[in-house]
Design a binder for this molecule. Structure first.
Ligand code: DQA
Length: 143
């Protein structure tokens, strides 16, 4: 199972963001934890991070066109703004897992607006890096 892992804006600077919401791990640390969770299974992870909405849309389109079997995505701030990411995810027919480090539904009102949840098949949020590991475990259980 080829799995595309997408991280949106500012997640490349994890480790420097507010620790009370995002913890202390870097994105490389999180990717390593995910790889470890996938080890020995049929899951092959491909990691992508961008600060640009259109680049994320283009990457999701690769999955729509057949390059990937599942998507794990933390759209970061674009979760709350992006119709374009919603529309791209809507076209992908495999598992689409929304992930957040923080308790995104229990924070400011603007973070309660969510353009991706309705087109995702599962959500893991509020467990810091554990949310990403949970997403891998969820896919392993589906194999
Ligand atoms: C986030 C939550 C978003 O509201 C925020 O803009 C982020 C990260 C999370 O992982 O908790 O950048 O997606």
């Amino acid at each position: 199972m080829n799995v595309l892992v997408i991280n949106g804006p500012n997640l490349n600077l994890l480790g420097k963001r507010p620790k009370e919401h995002y913890g202390t791990k870097t994105l490389d640390d999180i990717n390593a934890l995910m790889k470890n969770a996938a080890k020995g299974s049929a899951i092959i992870l491909d990691f992508y991070q961008s600060n640009y909405e259109g680049d994320i849309v283009t990457k999701i389109q690769e999955a729509v066109l057949g390059k990937y079997d599942a998507i794990i995505i933390n759209p970061a701030a674009y979760t709350h703004t992006s119709v374009a990411i919603h529309d791209a995810l809507e076209m992908f027919k495999g598992e689409k897992i929304e992930v957040h480090l923080s308790h995104v539904d229990e924070r400011e009102d603007f973070r309660k607006v969510n353009f991706v949840r309705s087109v995702c098949t599962a959500t893991f949020a509020g467990k810091l890096e554990g949310s990403y590991v949970d997403a891998v475990e969820y896919l392993k259980a589906k194999l």
